[in-house]
Design a protein. Structure first.
Length: 593
């Protein structure tokens, strides 16, 4: 017989350890041993947890020998906002400046019948114009606060669209503010909300009243709470504290803004500033404007400086630099120039300049926008809010919003809209950026149809409105995909458009004689029409184009596209959050091994 091999005690212990390593207890102890020690805390990662985290981030690590073979973790792509044509359009529109800060040439004709006027120029200019006693002052910068308040006081006698400033006020007073105005707040009794700061006494003498002295209120401001003494002594009597309401504080801010506006006007015409300031009245919390001269607050239909009319195969052009009409043959370059001029001073991408199926899609947009009135400020409409009306509740239900979620309103159903006069829908705040929001309006119209025309057919006008809204829903669903095609199509069309416009400029220089100045038209186009992916006209003239369908509002399209991109970016970040957390946990567990 072969003698048994004698084992040392160390070898016997190793054999027992290898046998024990296959047991569940050893696996559990091994998992507990993998710890990352920190400042008073520890993180453990078992094999099962490791495999689960790897599955989340897309790894292919096995269930055994997790840390024996180093495996590279996948790199997640960076989620960043990508700029494209829409950001260029909005940026150029915001940064556009008139040449030498001069007033538009059509402004004199627009204010011919008014001795005094105050209004804002259309976008992208947005400057404020003041005309006093037949003299038009140099337009003022619109970025300074106070012009909108002065215009609203002059036009309405009170301030409008201050929902955002008094949103907390509405929640405290439980006042239903569907279209909240300061004039509506003045009708409420008592102090609605305490001010968050101690305010100075309003000097009423500058606005039609004598100085009224009030006892000072001693106290201090800490955070958002106003703390003061428990009592006040007035004429030897102890009375409870009476703080000024936020309406008084708001009026003080309005007065300060108006004073800054008057100071700016005074630099050009001190008589005009004094006359406007004297016409402003502040009495019992009400702002008013009273002047013997009637002021123009809206220019109405804006006149044109130049015209381009497509008649057959040629364009007839009239513009101030030429003494007689010019005739230019129709071509791709002329149609591109006409569409750029049609947008005014707002930039236009190449995809909407050249003829093509994408332009036809936007030109075929239904006319559902005409039933809604656009608003400058975009208030939040919260789901389940106490001030929501029937329209707001229907839109929240159609958008499937949860309690506490909200949408930003960009349009309203006004009282003169056909949705109110014909369909019987109440006034309300809506958004036209989402197809499901329009579905809520459509559902309301169908309810009204069942209610109003229970025993008879609806009127043709009612049927037309419902058809326009349904067509708007179809277009809103595909609008996001259409806007995504603008960037690649613009890159595709850019070389051809640039060559076509350059060819037109070269041909115009060779046409005409000393009477018909085609060279001046060519110089005007060369100087003021430039661009790459996005073209923009930066000249001083306002052009009227006839013979072509009106180019879509590129500013609104760019705003919608940016909103869509930000929504998709937020969704991608929410989807990538679990992967990032899993990646972080795996890195910590490997560092502890």
């Amino acid at each position: 017989m072969e003698a048994k091999e004698r084992l040392t005690p160390m070898e016997i212990a190793k054999g027992k350890l290898m046998t024990f390593s296959n047991s569940p207890i050893f696996e559990r102890n091994r998992a507990l041993a993998k710890k990352f020690q920190g400042n008073g805390w520890a993180l453990t990662c078992s094999t099962a947890s490791h495999n689960e985290l790897s599955a989340i981030i897309g790894g292919e690590e096995g269930t055994t020998k997790v840390h024996d073979i180093p495996v590279e973790l996948p790199e997640l792509p960076l989620i960043r906002y990508q700029s494209d044509w829409a950001d260029t359009v909005l940026g150029r529109s915001m940064n556009w400046r008139a040449e030498q800060n001069s007033a538009p040439s059509w402004l004199t004709r627009a204010t011919e019948g008014a001795e005094c006027a105050l209004f804002q120029l259309p976008r992208p200019d947005h400057r404020w114009v003041v005309k006093f006693r037949g003299k038009i002052l140099e337009p003022f910068n619109y970025r300074m606060a106070g012009w909108a308040e002065l215009h609203e006081i002059m036009e309405h006698g009170f301030l409008l669209d201050r929902t955002g400033l008094i949103e907390g006020l509405a929640q405290k007073s439980q006042v239903r503010l569907q279209f909240a105005t300061v004039a509506d707040l003045r009708k409420q009794r008592g102090d609605l909300l305490r001010s968050t700061e101690l305010i100075r006494t309003i000097n009423n003498q500058e606005y039609g009243h004598e100085n009224q002295k009030t006892d000072g209120i001693q106290g201090s401001v800490s955070g958002t709470r106003l703390r003061g003494f428990d009592t006040q002594t007035v004429e030897g009597k102890i009375q409870p504290d009476k703080w000024r309401s936020c309406a008084d504080d708001f009026n003080k801010q309005v007065r300060d803004r108006l004073d800054r506006v008057f100071a700016v006007i005074k630099r050009q015409d001190d008589v005009a500033a004094a006359a406007i300031k004297r016409a402003i009245r502040f009495n019992d919390g009400q702002w008013s404007f009273n002047d013997s001269v009637k002021w123009m607050t809206s220019p109405g239909q804006l006149p044109y400086d130049a015209t381009m009319v497509l008649t057959g195969k040629s364009w007839e052009i009239n513009f101030p630099d030429s003494s007689e009409p010019l005739t230019v043959p129709n071509s791709t370059g002329m149609r591109a120039i006409a569409r750029v001029l049609m947008c005014g001073n707002i930039a236009c991408p190449c995809a909407l300049v050249v003829d093509g199926p994408l332009l036809d899609e936007f030109l075929g947009r239904p006319s559902h926008h005409k039933y809604f009135a656009a608003i400058y400020r975009r208030p939040k409409v919260e789901c389940g809010g106490s001030k929501n009306g029937e329209v707001e509740r229907a839109i929240c239900a159609a958008m499937r919003l949860k309690a506490g979620w909200y949408y930003l309103a960009d349009h309203v159903i006004a009282e003169d809209s056909e949705l109110h006069t014909v369909c019987g829908l109440p006034a309300g705040m809506v958004t036209l950026r989402r197809a499901d929001a329009l579905e809520g309006v459509r559902d309301l119209i169908k309810r009204q149809r069942a209610r109003l025309f229970f025993c008879s057919e609806p009127t043709p006008q009612f049927t037309r409105i419902l058809a326009d809204i349904e067509a708007g829903i179809v277009f809103a669903r595909k609008q996001e995909k259409l806007l995504e095609q603008v960037q690649p199509k613009s890159e595709e069309y850019q070389p051809n458009i640039q060559k076509a416009i350059y060819r037109i400029k070269t041909e115009l220089e060779k046409m005409g004689d000393w009477t018909s100045r085609y060279d001046r038209l060519a110089n005007h186009f060369s100087r003021y029409i430039k661009g790459g992916i996005v073209f923009q006209y930066t000249g001083p003239y306002r052009w009227k184009i006839e013979g072509l369908p009106e180019t879509p509002d590129t500013h609104d399209l760019a705003t919608d596209h940016v909103q869509f991109k930000r929504s998709r970016l937020a969704k991608r970040k929410r989807q990538a959050k679990p992967k990032l957390q899993a990646m972080r946990a795996l890195k910590i567990s490997r560092g502890s091994a």
